[in-house]
Design a protein around this ligand. Structure first.
Ligand code: FNR
Length: 197
């Protein structure tokens, strides 16, 4: 069957540029043949990580819900803003909570990172810092990333990218990522079958 990809718009704002980029990325993934689960960070309400709260109550509902959605996917995409050239606290907090669950769901999954920002850089510095916790957790972070600069002017009414070159570049990045995930997923299935013999 098709590869399942969780696409997470990693900002809380209803009008978030990164949520819009997540929606477009999801649409491009579907066009490329993936099965997509589109999620918004607002779906995963959780308190700040606190070891005492964890010891007393375990994981909060929001973290368990994100864990579950990650688990049902073979790969994931994060569309995240850049805050002060780094990862927004809300996203880092969610990664920290979910990383406490075993089996830890970031491990061995493929991930594509994208960002949108009103700035001229497009949030790319934040994505480089997002690689650090994900790679630490064993995620195979796709080497290529996509960052949309001047994103407040970047979308058409239909949610496509206004700059045709940018739209083409995003579609190519998505297709390349999906190709890798599909090849690797087939390989994993084959390997499992060999082990069964
Ligand atoms: C920002 N913003 C920002 N933008 C950027 O390109 N580089 C940066 O370092 C920062 N830093 C930053 C810090 C904080 C605390 C805020 C609130 C904002 C601007 C940011 O890109 C802009 O607000 C985006 O619109 C946020 O993403 P969403 O919510 O539109 O997805």
């Amino acid at each position: 069957g098709p590869v399942r990809v969780l696409v997470l718009g990693a900002a809380l704002r209803a009008e978030s540029l990164n949520v819009r980029l997540a929606s477009l990325t999801a649409r491009l993934l579907v066009e490329a043949g993936a099965e997509v689960d589109l999620a918004h960070m607002r779906d995963f309400d959780m308190p700040l990580y606190d070891g005492d709260a964890e010891a007393a109550h375990g994981l909060p509902q929001g973290a368990l819900a994100l864990f579950d959605r990650l688990n049902r996917a073979e790969a994931f995409v994060i569309s995240s803003p850049e805050y002060n050239a780094s990862v927004p606290g809300v996203l880092k907090n969610a990664i920290d909570w979910v990383s406490r669950i075993r089996p830890q769901p970031f491990k061995t999954k493929h991930a594509l990172l994208v960002s949108a920002s009103p700035s001229l850089i497009g949030g790319n510095r934040g994505l480089w810092t997002l690689r650090i916790p994900l790679e630490h957790l064993g995620t195979r972070v796709y080497p290529d990333m996509f960052s949309l600069p001047e994103a407040h002017h970047g979308f058409t009414k239909d949610g496509e990218l206004a700059h045709p070159g940018a739209q083409e570049r995003l579609a190519e990045t998505v297709a390349g990522f999906l190709h890798l995930v599909e090849a690797d997923t087939r390989y994993i299935c084959l390997r499992r079958r060999w082990y069964e013999f």
